[in-house]
Design a binder for this molecule. Structure first.
Ligand SMILES: Cc1cc2nc3c(=O)[nH]c(=O)nc-3n(C[C@H](O)[C@H](O)[C@H](O)COP(=O)(O)O)c2cc1C
Length: 203
């Protein structure tokens, strides 16, 4: 698939079939996801992957079991893979303490960073993952973790300092996956016209 087609076709998927993703395909997707630019080539992102029945470890923490039965997108809970994209600030602070970067003045603490690049880079990896899924015919949803993040990280043994910027559910979309999109924000809001987004020369 051409890159432009993948960009045009990519839409968040909230309805997955039961079909698993082969280990080879998952490895390929994760390899593509990590091939992103990163500040100072710090590469301070990691992916924590839950597969198959293990995905319930994610759901049972972030969506109480009694709420799962009446969840608006039951097909999302069937996603065979959940990836937590983890940002690690200290990798950046340490990298910017190295001789070639020290002059930037970002090597002391997270507070000295006008833009926390650990989130920027992690988001780029997420976008690569979403596009790689689209190119393979898979569906994916990037979504927020709104409940029990500390407990989740502890359950999964994720070390202190690694922060998930959300979660990515991926899998094979059902034939009716488009209907779940109809309930997402993109169905009720138009894409902003390009003239409103782009400012050339002056605002
Ligand atoms: C930072 C970010 C957070 C999002 N959080 C959620 C979320 O928590 N739940 C959800 O269903 N979709 C979430 N989305 C998906 C957006 O709703 C979706 O990208 C948007 O409506 C445009 O639709 P499209 O991606 O299908 O084109 C999020 C997207 C981004 C970029």
């Amino acid at each position: 698939m051409e890159l432009g087609d993948a960009i045009h076709r990519r839409r968040m998927c909230r309805d997955f079939s039961d079909e698993q993703i082969s280990p080879e395909l998952l490895d390929r997707l994760l390899d593509l996801a990590r091939r992103v630019p990163s500040a100072g080539y710090s590469q301070g992102f990691s992916f924590f992957v839950l597969e198959g029945a293990d995905t319930s470890r994610f759901w049972n923490r972030t969506l109480p079991v009694e709420e799962q039965t009446r969840f608006i997108w039951p097909g999302l809970l069937r996603a065979p893979v959940i990836v937590l994209p983890l940002a690690h600030a200290d990798t950046y602070i340490n990298r910017y303490s190295e001789p070639d970067k020290i002059k930037a003045g970002l090597g002391t603490s997270a507070e000295s960073w006008p833009i926390p690049y650990w989130y920027t880079d992690c988001a780029m990896a997420v976008q690569n993952l979403l596009l790689a899924c689209t190119a393979e015919g898979l569906g994916a949803l990037y979504f927020g973790i709104f409940r029990n993040e500390p407990e989740l990280l502890q359950d999964l043994g994720i070390p202190v300092g690694y922060r998930p910027i959300g979660a990515v559910a991926l899998g094979w979309p059902t034939a009716s996956a488009g209907a779940s999109r109809a309930e997402g924000s993109a169905a009720t809001r138009a894409r902003r016209p390009i003239g409103e987004v782009v400012h050339r020369g002056r605002w």
